[in-house]
Write a new protein. Sequence first.
Length: 359
Amino acid sequence: MLKSMGAAKQAVHVNVGSDADLPVAKSAASGRKILPIVEGVVLVAALLAPLVLQDYLTVFATRVIILALFALSFDLVWGYAGIMSFGQALFFGSAGYGVALLARDLDITNILLVLPAGTIIGLASALLLGGFLLLGRHPSSVIFVSLGTLTGSYAADRLARGWYYLGGQNGIPSIAPMSLGGYEFTEGPAFYYLVLGILVVVYLLCRFLVRSQFGLALAGLRENEQRIAFFGYKAQHLKAIIFTIGGAISGLAGSLYAFHEGFVWPNMVGVVVSTQVVLYVLFGGSGTLIGAVIGTVIVEGVSFWLSDNYRDVWPIILGLLLLLVILFRPLGLISFVLGERERVGSFGAKPKEKRNAAP
């Protein structure tokens, strides 16, 4: 086991510390010190937001945090395992439809039942699709998985639009509020802090995961999959595991989104939402977790402001902004403050030559 972990460390550091790191901001040279600061600033801003925002903006901020949770799931799948999932909305929307049917047909809205149910729906959907795409006799190519997930999302969209039981084009409206005992979670600060608390817990679990030995293998998989496979790791199994975990988080986000919005519709499982989450992570920075959160907040915030002030041309302006960021900062906005070494992570003690090196 120790030999395997040592081999994984070698694979992780294949592309780290090279000349490619030179353009990164000098502040990133302090190792792990930058990332906690960024995370702390984002958390404090999120905690204080409802105190300074108007009511309608608090509702909007709640939606953004749910989408940030959704983006977190995609960052795990793509940023850490290199799986370009163009069908992440399949798990997000399936869970939304699932809890909507529980509320409509069985009158089940208890938070202790619907959120675990949505998480399980997302997990099961990802397990089935991931098993088909990733666990074949031969390793799956990036294009095969991308097109496979895209096809799954498109098929789910068409199914939802044509199935009368699911409401067809209109979806399922007027979902009863989520409840706990006699209390109902309606739009406002209570729902906001509930969603924020869930995001923080999931974020911490994801951070622990990617800094664990399993995360070390994932980092090596992202940096050099062939070398990881050469060292004896079953790369496709690792991908299937993280793909399933990402599906579970997407299902949790979809459940929260359904109850917050009060209805579900076919777009929730479709290609548009799947592409949307890719843009969040691209904009903020993949493989960092916090980049997915920052990207979601900025993209949604800019979209909200542009649509209110430039109603006719705001999609064009937003598209140009996204294009500029992707062209000139391919690692996302987080790369302005976060170096490549910290993005990959440091596992175990630093080598002696690194510790004794002159600053």
